[in-house]
Design a protein around this ligand. Structure first.
Ligand SMILES: NC(=O)c1ccc[n+]([C@@H]2O[C@H](COP(=O)([O-])OP(=O)(O)OC[C@H]3O[C@@H](n4cnc5c(N)ncnc54)[C@H](OP(=O)(O)O)[C@@H]3O)[C@@H](O)[C@H]2O)c1
Length: 305
């Protein structure tokens, strides 16, 4: 059961799950659930509906890709962010625990304050500096307290060729503005939704093949490898755009966070150390630039000519 099936990660989970099912490598039946547009719909603010849908369908695995992800808006509506990101995961955990299932949930690099100078480990202490990060941390803790069998995958800087994200915003601005100012002092790892979905299924395949799979559950960091700033990511986007565009593109201006005030404070450094995931599951995570190149090519090929 995939919750948040229309979001960036949820959509990819759905598409890749269907593809896996078609090639029959996975004994998979997928139940996509979103607020609208799916056969089964669910507003996650309705906790009794969550319990009913899980009790009725008895999924072996519930993947929660739904979240309140508007980081700046969360500062002015922290209660809603807390409900979706903090309370709902706990409700899911209880419902999944009751049917003996596995809950897979995504969290964020924004649970950290960004003062580290080395990539954060799963065991590092969490001190969110904005309402979104605080709400996501409460969600993690609720799952850890209430569901024995859970996987929490913390990821960062998620993008895809659909949805609301930095890639699409920059690509649009680069083609419509003469100049774009982008912060160059926040460091992290851009991670594509296709990569997150792919690794989720690789982990699942391994869990299914492991008799004592319960020993492998818990908290993991999952991002593409390497790092950049938002400015560096924008440079990469504009360079790729330049290869396929005959129009003039915006000039990028590096600026500091101080010069770009936002409602939410963001960690200056949010690289996540992904060794635990790579070692436990024998997975090699790609460099972010390589993964971005693949996503870009897929996008070019799918655009009408
Ligand atoms: N985006 C990032 O940069 C980022 C970074 C780090 C971690 N993460 C985490 O990665 C996970 C996936 O993020 P994403 O980027 O795929 O998010 P997304 O594209 O914003 O999708 C989130 C989905 O949650 C759904 N949702 C929100 N409130 C809901 C409600 N009350 N009832 C039902 N559905 C609701 C939204 O539905 P509607 O389409 O109906 O609004 C949306 O489809 C999340 O846990 C997020 O916290 C994301």
């Amino acid at each position: 059961m995939i919750l948040g099936a229309n979001g960036q990660v949820g959509w990819q989970l759905q598409q890749q799950g269907l593809a896996l099912k078609r090639i029959d490598t996975f004994p998979l039946e997928i139940i996509p659930i979103a607020r609208q547009g799916t056969q089964l719909t669910l507003d996650l603010t309705d906790s009794s509906a969550i319990q009913t849908v899980i009790r009725t369908h008895q999924p072996h695995i519930v993947i929660n890709a739904a979240a309140y992800t508007a980081v700046d808006r969360a500062e002015s509506e922290p209660e809603l962010a807390l409900e979706i990101n903090g309370t709902v995961p706990g409700v899911l955990a209880v419902a999944v625990e009751k049917i003996g299932g596995l809950l897979i949930h995504y969290s964020t690099d924004y649970v950290f304050d960004g003062t580290s100078s080395t990539p954060y480990l799963e065991t590092d202490s969490t001190t969110p500096i904005n309402a979104y990060g605080q709400s996501k941390l409460i969600g993690e803790q609720a799952i850890q307290a209430k569901a024995q069998n859970h996987l929490i995958l913390r990821t960062s800087w998620v993008y895809d060729v659909r949805g609301k994200n930095f890639l699409l915003t920059m690509a649009k601005l680069a083609q419509t503005r003469p100049q774009i100012s982008v912060v160059n002092d926040q460091i992290g790892s851009p991670t594509s939704a296709p990569l997150i979905a792919r690794i989720t299924y690789q982990i699942l395949a391994q869990l299914l093949a492991t008799p004592d799979w319960q020993t492998l559950t818990g908290l993991y960091h999952l991002t593409a490898q390497g790092f950049t700033s938002w400015y560096g990511f924008a440079e990469n986007i504009v360079a790729h755009l330049a290869e396929s565009s005959s129009h003039p593109l915006a000039e990028l201006i590096p600026i500091s966070t101080r010069d770009y005030p936002t409602a939410a404070q963001r960690p200056a450094f949010s690289r996540l150390n992904c060794q635990k995931l790579q070692q436990t599951f024998g997975i090699t995570l790609p460099a972010w630039e390589r993964e971005f190149g693949i996503v870009w090519q897929t996008w070019l090929q799918s655009r009408p000519t």
